[in-house]
Design a protein around this ligand. Sequence first.
Ligand SMILES: *Cc1c(COP(=O)(O)O)cnc(C)c1O
Length: 435
Amino acid sequence: MNFISTRNASPPATLSQAIAAGLAPDGGLYVPQQMPAARTLRAGDSLAATATELLQPFFAGDGLEAALPSICAQAFDFPAPLQPLATGNDHVLELFQGPTAAFKDFGARFLAASLSRLRAGQERPLTIIVATSGDTGAAVAAAFHNQPNLQVVVLYPDGRVSPRQAHQLGCLGGNIRALRVAGSFDDCQAMAKQALNDAELQAQVPMSSANSISLGRLLPQMSYYAHAALSHQAAYGTPLNFVIPTGNLGNAMAAVIARALGVPLGRIVLATNANRVLPDYFNGGAYAPTASVATLANAMDVGAPSNFERLRWLYAGDDAALRAAFVSRSVDDATIRDTIARRFRDHGEVFCPHTATAVQVLEQLRASGEAAAETHWVVAATAHPAKFESVVEPLIGREVPVPPALAELLKRPAHADPCPPDYAALRETLLAGAG
Ligand SMILES: *Cc1c(COP(=O)(O)O)cnc(C)c1O
């Protein structure tokens, strides 16, 4: 299978080329030239086996095809269990059992496993440029740490990630370099995009992205939705409906693609924080990307969701059809706080601020009857609450135990270099690193 750009001005690429490049040369996002036919998948397989089966058509004919089972085994070596919620027929899908305790571990580990195979035998290292509002950089740094022929430069908005997130970014060292940028996440993302589009710099410093625009992260994320939905369908004979905490739309886009491939997913609802670009669009407004505002759910502080271009492509630019297919709701900080405190007080459940936005949206859908009583809903639990202890602990009045993998990282010393929010400074840093 070949991949084309959402902007239609790049030559078709193989999967390996698309994964290595990140962004298409015309600045667009890679998408499959045609969607694979819907397929029948088995329930009861391991997560890695489901991933292999689901991803096979995308890898068909590619140099990585034979390695797909081993890439999946490497990336999907921790579980994504469904856990019942106290209310309704509802569950959470725990996507946070990996090394950095967020769902991004799956995609980052898949990308690292793919790129390390693609770079085998190359003379110069590949530099992964990653802009992060916290969780991406941590997942990518942990996934790429000590991988030969690969290095990572992480840009994060100084002071806008949690102390534990900052620590995770700076504590690995070796082939991982953290830059704390005096600006917003959108500044970081713009700087990273500019570097990746700088042909002159690329000639001296081979670079790729690891943001959620990368197919190497996006596609594998379909796997946990498929795994959960297949086992649910085997048990109940009905599709599974999801509320997904959403920022750049990478996680939700994977669910959308999985559904298009025949995975038994029902409705996909997008929960955002106070950054309302998506809810405003889905409620009939224009698509109006804007600067992000800082919220408690900081990994979703996105004013210009990068995967929106892919979603629009999937609906062939038909805004009416796209609006009809999704519900999106915004949750403000006060309501996030209330949800975390109340669910703990009433049910003993502890959620990270991102997961709490989706729990809140599901509560609203249940209360209004939009989610009918007999339907089964799942909230994608995108991070472990211990990553956001400074928000969660005061609200629940107790400490959140830190999962062992995260505790291991927090024991290491951390360091990040300051960086002004302009591209020239980043360029200089990258050139100095190459010299
Ligand atoms: C990244 C992230 C999100 C948002 O995911 P997108 O793919 O950017 O929509 C939500 N929650 C957490 C905890 C995250 O790290």
